[in-house]
Design a protein around this ligand. Structure first.
Ligand code: FES
Length: 154
């Protein structure tokens, strides 16, 4: 049986946090998504399928604005904050409010419109402390195209 070789793709700063930190989602939030594990050719990942966002590209995406798109009917939230683009679940993990109807606080965290819980778009952490987690997706920028990785179970 051939065992595939997996490696972590390069992040923007060419500095890698430890693998265990990435997998536990403890890595620096400015670095890549912990699911960005590739099979060496950067074409796929562990259980990931990459999808190009067809209605947006990086240069045309407004800064600090919550947007919603869909991939084959699956709603995905998108945010461009500084040099990074983040993808996250379109519905709040608390009671299902539409996250893109919310707003950003001064630190660039998403505030849910219904009960005002706050989430870091980089890792989904519930920074207001209620114990929920917003699901996030890995994002890869190829030229000017935005690609989002969905796990086969997503
Ligand atoms: S539905 Fe989002 S905080 Fe309650």
């Amino acid at each position: 049986m051939k065992v595939p070789f997996f490696s972590i793709s390069k992040n923007r700063n060419n500095v890698q946090p430890p693998l265990f930190a990435q997998l536990l989602n403890l890595a620096d939030t400015t670095r890549q998504h912990p699911l960005e594990l590739t099979n060496g050719n950067n074409e796929g990942g562990i259980g990931l399928t990459w999808h190009r966002i067809t209605d947006l590209n990086r240069s045309g995406m407004p800064e600090m604005k919550l947007l919603e798109t869909d991939i084959y009917g699956k709603k995905i939230g998108l945010l461009k904050r500084g040099d990074h683009i983040y993808a996250f679940a379109a519905k709040c993990p608390h009671a299902g409010a539409r996250m893109c109807d919310g707003w950003l606080d001064a630190q660039g965290r998403i505030v849910c419109p219904d009960h005002k819980y706050r989430f870091d778009p980089a890792n989904g952490r519930n920074t207001s402390g209620e114990g929920y987690k917003l699901f996030t997706y890995p994002v890869d920028i190829r030229e000017d195209e935005i690609w989002v990785g969905l796990m086969s179970t997503n």
